[in-house]
Design a protein. Structure first.
Length: 479
């Protein structure tokens, strides 16, 4: 990096800590630490939601997907948009009705503590693994640009995230998320502009070349359950993944609960449809432009692992200043980590009801900050173990396919049925996980010809069916 790049990156990170101090210096209790006192403006929560959804995983993974494959990811995005509509009018009213801090408290109100504990544990495991992959994507990209080993970048990001979130809580995350979203868009537009300027014939010629190579293929309406890239599989996978991520995942929903009213929360998530889809499209376009750029310049070396194509291009081709913006975007995307939501679920769903029922808010706030440190260290360990992963974007969603179905299924059981089951919900979720794990292993080993995007649909259906049948077989359950 040049001096200008260093200044830009240092300034971007320094501003994070300024925002953390300004908005987080008056943390009095866990209500402030976890929800910001429900005083966050809806537009700020909206931008933060977008930044959290995009993350470093998308900033690095989307260009790689478009570079090596096509634009059929958009089919998945359509499903994500539909999921937002359902979450706005089905999930959010229930969370505000029960005044949830952790959304798994809803499961406690509807079914009982056992279901709440299980839902929280599923979230902790799922979010730790998925966020570990996301952190790895960040450290891989930053390490490539800076020439640092993975271990050094992991230490840097872990320390920055822990200090930033342990002090500022959710208010720091939400306000910096708005700043991060603007940073992502600006750097993406400038990189796309740079590529267009350095491709003969500009955007029109680049898109023509990409079209002829099949890199702009977007929709596949063939009805084939064995293909994960059809329109039907993409929309179904996106819909159910979106319902899990936006309705049953504390990390995303927590942003929606920082605003004062149910109506404001609904407005927040609906507005993200307009904001996030163009950003996804922008980074898909960057991947396509990278494909055209390198195909027209075969003399330029490509990275040994194509999953690093975007950071490799930033490192070797971008001028001073623009390189710093890209690096700053990736760093900012990593700092918007799940540490606060992980701690929220642990303290509200497990520590407070199971370990220390009667304590002061000061004690719970201290435990929350300790939790940020512990979860930060666990995330670093998981990220270090992700080096063998090739397609990091799809790997993260495959992990979600194993546990997302059970999580979503149990929420839908509570939202759509009058079921009063509690203890039988636990084996229902475990059965669903076992089924999806078996199916995914069979798919990856070539023994089953089924698109993996259907797994989360299957997992949801199995959870609802098993939960309903078990509740009929064992009607007497204590809460």
């Amino acid at each position: 990096m040049g001096t200008l790049d260093g200044i830009l990156v240092a300034g971007a990170v320094a501003l994070l800590f300024v925002i953390s101090y300004v908005f987080g210096r008056h943390e009095k209790d866990t209500e402030d630490f976890f929800l910001g006192g429900r005083r966050i403006p809806w537009i700020v929560a909206c931008l933060s939601f977008v930044a959290t959804e995009i993350s470093a995983l998308a900033l690095v993974g989307m260009p790689h997907t478009a570079f090596t494959e096509n634009w059929r990811w958009i089919q998945f995005l359509i499903g994500l948009a539909l999921a937002r509509l359902i979450v706005a009018f089905l999930f959010i009213p229930a969370f505000y009705k029960y005044e949830c801090t952790s959304i798994y408290e809803f499961l406690g109100h509807r079914f009982g503590r056992a279901t709440q504990y299980t839902g929280s544990i599923y979230f902790l495991v799922t979010r730790l693994i998925a966020s570990g992959v996301r952190l790895y994507a960040t450290c891989m990209a930053v390490g490539l640009i800076l020439g640092w080993p993975l271990g050094a970048t992991l230490v840097l990001f872990t320390v920055v995230s822990i200090l930033f979130i342990a002090f500022g809580g959710i208010k720091a995350l939400v306000w910096t998320g708005a700043y991060q979203a603007i940073f992502f868009i600006l750097s993406g537009v400038l990189v796309a502009g740079f590529l267009i300027q350095h491709i003969d014939g500009g955007l029109t010629s680049a898109l023509q070349t990409a079209h002829e190579a099949g890199r702009l293929s977007t929709f596949n309406f063939a009805f084939n359950l064995n293909d994960a890239n059809t329109f039907w599989a993409g929309v179904a996978g996106g819909l159910f993944t979106g319902l899990v991520s936006f309705g049953a995942d504390q990390e995303m929903v927590q942003r929606l609960l920082t605003v004062k009213t149910r109506r404001s929360s609904q407005k927040t998530i609906l507005a993200t449809i307009v904001l996030v889809l163009p950003v996804y499209w922008l980074y898909l376009l960057i991947g396509t432009l990278l494909y055209v750029f390198y195909s027209r310049h075969p003399e330029l070396a490509q990275p040994a692992e194509l999953k690093t194509i975007f950071p490799h291009f930033a490192c070797t081709m971008l001028p001073a200043g623009l390189k710093g913006l890209v690096l700053g975007s990736i760093i900012l995307a990593s700092v918007d980590s799940p540490l606060n939501s992980l701690t929220t679920s642990f303290v509200r769903d497990i520590y407070r009801p199971l370990i220390r029922k009667e304590a002061t808010e000061r004690h719970y706030l201290m435990v929350s900050r300790i939790g940020v440190v512990v979860f930060g260290l666990i995330l670093a360990g998981i990220a270090a173990a992700c080096a063998p992963v090739q397609n990091i974007l799809w790997f993260a969603f495959q992990i979600l396919a194993l546990t997302g179905g059970p999580m979503l299924g149990i929420f839908l059981l509570g939202l759509l049925t009058p079921s009063k089951a509690n203890l039988t919900n636990i084996p229902a979720m475990l059965i669903s996980t076992a089924v999806c794990t078996t199916l995914l292993l069979s798919i990856n080993q070539g023994r089953l010809d089924l698109g993996w995007t259907w797994l989360i649909v299957i997992g949801t259906a199995v959870t609802i069916a098993a939960g309903h049948l078990l509740s009929l077989c064992f009607p007497k359950q204590f809460p």
